[in-house]
Design a protein around this ligand. Sequence first.
Ligand code: BEZ
Length: 302
Amino acid sequence: MADDPSDADTPADAASGTPDDSAPDTPEDAAPDTPDDSATGTANDWDPDAYDRDTGFVHEYGGSVVDLLDPSPGERVLDLGCGTGHLTAAIADAVGESGSVVGVDQSAEMVERARATYHDQRFEVADAREYAPADERFDAVFSNAALHWIPGADQPSVAERVRELLVPGGRFVAEMGGAGNVATVVDATLAELRARGYDATNPWHFPTVGEHAAVLESAGFEVRLARLFDRPTELEGGAEGLARWLDVFGDSLFADLDDGEKADVVDAVEARVRDELFDPDAGEEGVWTADYRRLRFVAVRE
Ligand code: BEZ
């Protein structure tokens, strides 16, 4: 699947350092980005089976981010937020036996699955803000669909850590949710939770190009490319697609709810966004399409 989103030509495209004015209002505009206060970023109960079954598009689309990384034989690469390891393995194929790749993820469950699937690869459980392998430096650091799980206040720590891990001239190539990402889903979920009396905020950090480029430059990177683009994404699971997406990714939104109320909220969210995001005539039982927006960048250690 997955057309190369780098080919997308949308009004949301933005050149380096130019925030996208056409981005729709997001909950971040209304309320400060105040994710959970744990030391480990936005909490989620990761289930590798559900992740691979219901969100295979994450690594399928991520293939084009690996293309942007353009790994060469012999390179040493770090994959930050490797999940179940599919892109780590793709990078390993490209760098070959003379190179090396380490995949790092904060979730022990995801790392366990990655190790079980790719026996020959190296995977470690670690926090992107603190990963500091002794005497090891990388030619490139890669990340797909992971950085938005780290609160905005901690993004400088991540950028600084990545800089320390790179050799001079090394590159940081990544894609994350950008400003306005899945805003229709997030807005509807927050509205439903607030209507029920919950004090809900967007648990993810979806920056503009300008915000994130500034973080990278302050950490000592030259930003060579930064781009925000729409990537409407069909969700797996037919009529169940949105519910499954919320189930895989939305734990922090529903942390205070019991299973019964969570199910009611999910039904209500579906009702709120059905006209906009659900095509009843697509596929066998209809298809949900989430309003993904990606922020993609290449930054080089100065
Ligand atoms: C994303 O990849 O954009 C994303 C994934 C899970 C939750 C929110 C955003």
